[in-house]
Write a new protein. Structure first.
Length: 126
């Protein structure tokens, strides 16, 4: 049995900080996704995303940001953008020493938010 949280398995706060930095480096290099972040303070976004991910991975603290639907609805984010975003997350997670099961657990947790984030949530993810 292994009852460590994903947060602990990934390496705690320093690992989550690094994960989010490296993830958004990838997102911003993707021309299609970069458009969405043209007017965004990446510093603030990363801070919020670090809080969000920490909780999502079973770590400590609080998420002090907007609800995901508030932060995303009306931006014209479609399922294809969500899919590309999650693809970059998977590429980033591949740099960490996680089992395949743990990586897919994280991706599947994140996929639950598709309806909050996208404006065409009826569309299938694949
Ligand atoms: C499940 C996947 C996602 C999660 C967990 C997530 C999480 C977050 C969080 C925590 C914030 C900060 C909210 C705040 O400022 O209080 C945020 C903002 C933002 N997200 Fe996402 N996001 C996701 C998917 C996406 C996708 C797919 C896009 C676009 C392709 C996107 C674009 C944005 C933008 C543009 C902002 C910044 C809004 C601003 O300028 O204030 N997000 N997201």
């Amino acid at each position: 049995m292994n009852d460590k949280t994903l947060y602990e398995k990934i390496g705690g706060e320093p690992a989550v900080d690094q994960l989010i930095d490296s993830f958004y480096d990838r997102v911003i290099k993707d021309d299609v996704l970069a458009e969405f972040f043209k007017e965004t303070s990446m510093q603030k976004l990363k801070k919020m995303q670090k809080e969000f991910f920490t909780i999502a991975l079973g770590g400590p603290g609080n998420y002090s940001g907007l609800s995901l639907s508030h932060a995303h609805q009306g931006r014209g984010i479609y399922a294809k953008h969500f899919k590309a975003f999650v693809g970059h997350l998977l590429d980033t997670l591949n740099e960490y020493n996680l089992s395949e099961e743990d990586r897919y657990q994280i991706i599947s947790d994140i996929n639950h938010y598709v309806e909050d984030v996208t404006d065409d949530s009826a569309a299938p993810l694949n």
